[in-house]
Write a protein that binds this ligand. Sequence first.
Ligand code: GUN
Length: 290
Amino acid sequence: MKLIDGKTIAEKIKGEIKAEVAAIIDRDERAPHLAAILVGEDPASQTYVTSKEKACRSTGITSSLYKFEETVSEKELLSVIDFINNDPDTDGLIVQQPLPEHINTDRVVASINPAKDVDGFHPINMGKMILGLPSFLPATPMGIMELLRRSKIETEGKHVVVLGRSNIVGTPIAIMLSRKGNPGNATVTLCHSKTANLKELCLQADILIAAIGQPGFVKATMVKPGAVIIDVGIHRIEDKSEKGYHIAGDVDFKEVSKISGPITPVPGGVGVMTIAALLMNTMKAYKKEL
Ligand code: GUN
């Protein structure tokens, strides 16, 4: 078993960005700026947004947090997004998901200026991604691509099985890995809740990407010996430790790592790479590269 060390790779990326931001500030120019909108008290969302702010600070990227009560109206949210869209001092904007039921997430995402959409969720950026045109790529699949690239994991001609078809992870990573490129040129099977013979398909995977949202879902009996395992899950599991919980992924790491090839740990795998990718996108937005 070999660990795919997301933490070290993410630190390297953050170091590269930090040097770039320092050079910008040395020229007396404005630092890149990321705005985040957080609605409600969802603990996971709060943790993610805090981690994103902390990562910004560690590189010199400045950030602002627009926090709203669960009861905020869609109209109010859209008017704040309109303000940020037109604010010349803000380069990137993320609206943390999930949003409350009474808010139409699709409408909110579509209202973000595509040039500031560092989550890459806007239909224009999603469409460009599918066509292989330059665009902001969603941070989690982009982080996985960067992880594969920097870990020198070959994807060409490989059978990649993706578990989960979300707009944020499963669908975009399936597209990215099936396109021409390196990483890329893979044959991809996208599995979901209605897939028949899930176990048999998983057993065929050279690379298995678990983004199914269920702790410990992938067992050793579902994994071909030597397969590469990318675990996207982040679950807080209560236990009797001092902290009262530990973080687990979608993969039963203990048993799967005994037979797999390179595998991402949780934490320290995909999660930290997601944040590194968001910072990369913020730099792209700042430089108006897209
Ligand atoms: N919720 C879960 N993942 C993400 C993400 O990458 N961006 C946003 N905005 N919300 C999320």
